[in-house]
Design a protein around this ligand. Structure first.
Ligand SMILES: Nc1nc2c(ncn2[C@@H]2O[C@H](COP(=O)(O)OP(=O)(O)O)[C@@H](O)[C@H]2O)c(=O)[nH]1
Ligand SMILES: [Mg+2]
Length: 198
């Protein structure tokens, strides 16, 4: 997005930028400097942004990843007693990146080294989406797997043995229905435990 395209009056934007409370798009900026990071990754349309909104407050910063036109959203979120910078990354299908979005997410993961990487998948398409989980685990990243859109998966009659999946993958696995805010507290508890142990 070009600056000043939106409808916020120019002087409000200027004041926000000068006071450090806003970005050039007039959005309110969250100071997440120095906070440990948690990244949400996964294919497009799996519910990353819905989860991001559940985990963060009202104010988030959307900015281009340096040197690209790809948007990355960042916000502050409290998990357990700790505040984190939560990052909503551009959609990625594979660590063997092809698209600019995938390159950004890959670079972000390697450079910013989040404390936890929440791989969000659409439970209906678990077979197609698990390969990225495995790639992330093999890259020795701190992965937590979220099986989202469980409502539709269950409606289709899909039964997923979560305990078995945890045993096989050796990572925490949580099921959620992000659109209905279900499973979010369990996810937070598991992230909290996971980050403390790591
Ligand atoms: N049925 C259902 N829909 C969901 C769930 N979570 C997200 N969605 C919907 O899936 C679509 C994509 O969500 P979004 O967060 O934009 O996905 P993203 O591309 O991964 O960021 C939206 O229409 C959401 O409302 C869920 O648990 N169940
Ligand atoms: Mg999104």
């Amino acid at each position: 997005m070009e600056c000043c395209e939106n409808k916020t009056q120019w002087y409000k934007k200027l004041v926000a930028v000068l006071l450090g409370t806003g970005d050039c798009h007039g959005g309110v900026k969250q100071n997440t400097y120095g906070l440990k990071k948690i990244a949400l990754v996964g294919s497009p349309n799996v519910g990353k942004s819905v989860l991001f909104n559940s985990l963060t407050g009202a104010y988030v910063t959307v900015s281009n990843y340096p040197g690209t036109t790809v948007d990355v959203s960042r916000g502050k979120g409290k998990i357990g007693q700790q505040e984190y910078e939560i990052i909503d990354t551009p959609g990625m299908y594979s660590l063997m990146c092809i698209t600019e979005e995938e390159k950004v997410t890959r670079e972000l993961l390697f450079k910013e080294k989040p404390e936890a990487i929440i791989h969000v998948i659409d439970a209906k398409n678990i077979q197609r989406m698990l390969p990225l989980t495995i790639q992330l685990v093999e890259a020795e990243m701190p992965v937590i797997l979220v099986l989202n859109i469980m409502d539709e998966a269950e409606r289709m009659g899909l039964r997923i043995d979560i305990k078995r999946l945890e045993l096989e993958l050796q990572i925490p696995v949580i099921s959620t229905i992000a659109a209905l805010n279900k499973g979010i507290n369990t996810l937070k508890e598991r992230v909290d435990k996971y980050v403390k142990v790591a």
